[in-house]
Design a binder for this molecule. Structure first.
Ligand SMILES: Cc1ncc(C[n+]2csc(CCOP(=O)(O)OP(=O)(O)O)c2C)c(N)n1
Length: 562
């Protein structure tokens, strides 16, 4: 096929124009012959940064991190069949983590569709269960419209992934280049009398509790949440892996809902007489397996605010389901006329929550292990040195557990972690964090297993001189799974040991200076050298890698902080 077109008016140009008009200024891709037309049009959009990745999962995680940080769809471009298969993890992650994401997949020519041609997959079937929308475009004139709709769907209600499938011969034909406008969402407000009634409930509750979730993960959300909690003197507990949404040093901070809360703490949360769930999906883990609050009818009044009918009422019969933007609702209630707040029992309630949190979050005493350094010590010394501008990027694995449990987040410190627990998220997320927040030091914590799932992407840190500190916890094991084995099949360890490569040599091979350490003092000395260098010459910060030989025993059942 002759792809010679006059530059500027192809369907691919129209597609990129819609993306760019809606704030997309960067795309993540692994190229394929199935989307040459889109690649070619990218040459006419120098304002769109093209990040070439090594693996579609890496590209996909980068698009997820970008979508999460900006609430503008992260855009990922992959080839048909093999490329789309590699990228499937990004669609799953975006769906579970409620991240706006658009994946553009090059497809076989239109005439060959449904013939099981070379590398053909029907993506409507493949991604039907995990994408919000899958569209295969079979008319070049419709491509821009499909893209506009993709943006609307990815960003509205519960954010999520959309897959746009573009046969290779739908990209080059010339089409009109309309301007597809979008207006910002209108504020969603309660009727005056309802706002007053809700304010009344908040004031009169003896033991109110806010459960704050990922929809608030944006600047305005964080700010308004603090104002709202203070205005109504209402303690805040954070949904699964949203630890950076609220300052931990705040007297109203009541902790988070995660994988290992003690029973007594959950029982204390359940003493609440009013739960205001704001921007949370009230998902499996946040609700401790749909048990807090009681399922399906909570024992206390539940007000659930989320801007999606499919989320509010999905699991719990709320006393007051509100389908609206929780940030708008909080702002509206902040403006309600002041009235006295029930203070009597509130103090005791706050104190009880605080006691539970303190007990649970206290750092454990140091302990030594014969097989290496307990990674909790590494995290403790990192927290000790942390500045408010740090961005913490975590991969999935038990090495990260002490961060979720003990780290005292102090805004504007940020946490970027996969809610879905997908291994391989950490490195790509750190790269995106460093590109989007170039003035902030990025600390990326990886297990040895996680590092090997997407570590190759770190070459971008060398290429673009991104200031990331990669810390690899090398315990020669998929320890998270070893823990489960030891619980259920004690002493039987098939499939969870790792024979590892030389991580320092690997990182150096990717152009990143690195060092291996075995003791806490060596780790701290190395860390201090890197941080001092970064502080002294902020504009010359370079990535650095530290491999820490860590104890496996420290994470197994029976260890004091497991
Ligand atoms: C893509 C993917 N594959 C498999 C798993 C299951 N899994 C969860 S944690 C884990 C082990 C992680 O190992 P490592 O990075 O070495 O960290 P550690 O648990 O040893 O701290 C595995 C295999 C997963 N969550 N994601």
């Amino acid at each position: 096929m002759n792809h010679d077109q006059s530059a500027g008016n192809s369907a691919a140009h129209a597609l990129l124009k819609v993306l760019n008009d809606h704030g997309v200024d960067r795309v993540y891709l692994v190229p394929g012959e199935s989307f040459l037309g889109v690649l070619d049009a990218l040459s006419d959009f120098p304002q769109i940064d093209v990040v070439n990745c090594r693996h579609e999962a890496g590209a996909g995680f980068m698009a997820c991190a970008d979508g999460r940080l900006r609430q503008i769809p992260g855009v990922l471009m992959v080839s048909r069949g093999p490329g789309a298969s590699h990228a499937a993890i990004a669609i799953h992650t975006a769906e579970q983590d409620a991240i706006p994401l658009i994946m553009i997949v090059g497809q076989i020519p239109k005439a060959d569709l449904r013939k099981r041609a070379f590398q053909e997959i029907d993506y409507r079937v493949m991604f039907g269960d995990i994408a919000k929308w899958v569209e295969e475009v079979t008319d070049p004139a419709q491509l821009a419209a499909a893209c506009w709709k993709a943006i609307r769907i990815a960003t509205s209600g519960r954010p999520g992934p959309v897959v746009l499938v573009v046969p290779e011969d739908m990209q080059q034909p010339e089409v009109d280049q309309p301007y597809w406008q979008s207006s910002p969402p209108l504020p969603t407000l309660l009727r005056q009398e309802d706002a007053r009634r809700l304010a009344e409930m908040l004031r009169n509750a003896k033991r109110p509790l806010i459960v704050a979730g990922g929809y608030l993960d944006r600047d305005r959300g964080r700010k308004v949440l603090i104002e709202f909690a203070e205005r109504y003197q209402c303690p805040v507990v954070l949904a699964f892996r949203q630890q950076d949404l609220f300052p931990h040093q705040h007297p109203l901070y009541a902790g988070d809902l995660g994988l290992a809360n003690p029973k007594s703490q959950i029982e204390c949360f359940d003493q609440a007489d009013l739960i205001v769930a704001l921007g949370t999906l009230l998902d499996d883990i946040t609700t401790q397996g749909y048990r807090f609050p009681r399922w399906p009818q909570p024992q206390q009044a539940l007000v659930h605010v989320y801007p999606d009918h499919a989320v509010v009422g999905q699991h719990f019969a709320a006393q007051w389901p509100i389908v609206a933007d929780p940030i708008d609702i909080m702002s509206q209630l902040i403006d309600c006329e002041p009235a006295a707040i029930q203070t009597g029992e509130r103090k005791a309630w706050q104190q009880a929550l605080l006691e539970h949190r303190k007990q649970w979050a206290a750092w454990p005493d140091s302990r030594s292990y014969a097989d290496g350094l307990a990674f909790v010590e590494v995290i403790k010394s990192l927290e000790h040195r942390a500045a408010p501008d740090w961005v913490l990027c975590l991969d999935a694995g038990t090495f990260a557990a002490p961060v979720y449990r003990h780290w005292r987040f102090a805004p504007p410190q940020r946490l970027l972690a996969p809610l879905v627990g997908a291994m391989g998220f950490g490195t790509p997320a750190a790269l995106v964090a460093a590109m989007r927040m170039p003035d902030r030091p990025v600390i990326c914590l990886l297990g040895d297993g996680c590092f090997q799932m997407s570590g190759q992407e770190m070459v971008l840190a060398a290429e673009r001189q991104l200031p990331i500190l990669f810390i690899v916890a090398n315990n020669a094991s998929y320890a998270s799974i070893r823990i489960h084995q030891d619980r259920h099949y004690p002493g039987r360890h098939r499939g969870t040991s790792l024979v590892n490569p030389d991580f320092v040599a690997l990182m150096k091979g990717y152009g990143i200076d690195a060092e291996a350490v075995e003791t806490l003092s060596d780790f701290e000395a190395c860390l201090d050298r890197v941080l001092t260098r970064w502080q002294q010459a902020p504009h010359e910060r370079l990535a650095f890698g530290i491999e820490v030989k860590t104890s496996l025993l420290a994470s197994l059942p029976g260890a004091h902080h497991a």
